[in-house]
Design a protein around this ligand. Structure first.
Ligand code: SAM
Length: 250
């Protein structure tokens, strides 16, 4: 998968060199290009923003640097359709970023991120590129950050771990919270490792039983309990047919 990020803070994207994403890059599974938006400014002050039309506080990012930077990224390998790029625009007014959306993005071969600063990017930029590729306006949560770079790191990590061969054990994301399947719409319950006793705290006996059926049932019960406590909205959204008799007895 290819990723391009256009930003006024290229150094903010340094974490893309470490851990899971860094290793995926080193193995050639991710081809990442971080571009400095100011490279596409032509005045002495490298201006990327201007006052908003209609008045109001704050500044708006200008069309020209974004247009030139995106054209430059696209000049190198643009193809339309399913094999072409998608533009990912982080914004608090976007569609919520979910595991489902992470899966959808992980199926695209090329993502171009446009993390903004100030009050965001002049609307015409998104409208222009929407004629050439899908544009995903994405929010990572109901709060406002100073810029979109942290959102790019969040989205990239969630997407990269879904790519074939990136996680050592592909099954690990299939059991995660929000993963499709038997545990869909349930949060993952508590997890334990050795030693079996720590500071007087034991692990639940069932985990040592070796009985796969009982362990699976315990995991589902714990997942249900945690979801009811922390995210009752997920339960409300679930088709009642997805719950078995034992779920209902809880
Ligand atoms: N005026 C904008 C609004 O109220 O929707 C907020 C702009 S914010 C200060 C600057 C930039 O940070 C946004 O354009 C976006 O790139 C990024 N950003 C802030 N909060 C975000 C969020 N929850 N999800 C994704 N990106 C966010």
């Amino acid at each position: 998968m290819r990723l391009d990020v256009v930003t006024i803070f290229p150094e903010y994207l340094e974490p893309l060199n470490v851990s899971l994403v860094g290793k995926a890059r080193a193995r050639g599974q991710l081809d990442v290009h971080v571009r400095d938006l100011r490279q596409w400014t032509y005045d002495r002050h490298n201006t990327v923003d201007d006052t908003p039309y209609g008045g109001g506080p704050g500044m708006v990012m200008k069309t020209e640097p974004w247009g030139d930077a995106l054209d430059d990224a696209l000049a190198d390998g643009y193809e339309g359709g399913a094999h072409g790029p998608a533009l990912v625009v982080p914004t608090p007014s976007g569609r919520p970023f979910t595991q489902e959306l992470a899966v959808e993005l992980s199926e695209r071969p090329w993502l171009i991120f446009t993390p903004a600063r100030y009050e965001g990017i002049d609307r015409r930029v998104m409208d222009e590129y929407a004629t050439r590729m899908p544009v995903y306006e994405v929010s990572i949560g109901d709060y406002v950050l100073a810029g979109g770079e942290a959102a790019v790191l969040v989205i990239t990590e969630a997407v990269a771990r879904l790519l074939p061969g990136v996680l050592g054990n592909a099954a690990s994301h299939q059991d995660d919270s929000f993963a499709p399947g038997a545990m869909a719409n349930l949060l993952e319950g508590p997890v334990y490792t050795k030693p079996p006793e720590w500071r007087g705290r034991d692990i639940p006996d069932v985990l040592l039983s070796g009985h796969h059926g009982k362990i699976a049932r315990w995991r589902r019960d714990e997942a249900l309990r945690r979801t009811v406590r922390n995210r009752p909205d997920l339960i409300e959204r679930t088709d009642p047919a997805a719950f078995d008799k034992k779920d209902r007895e809880m």
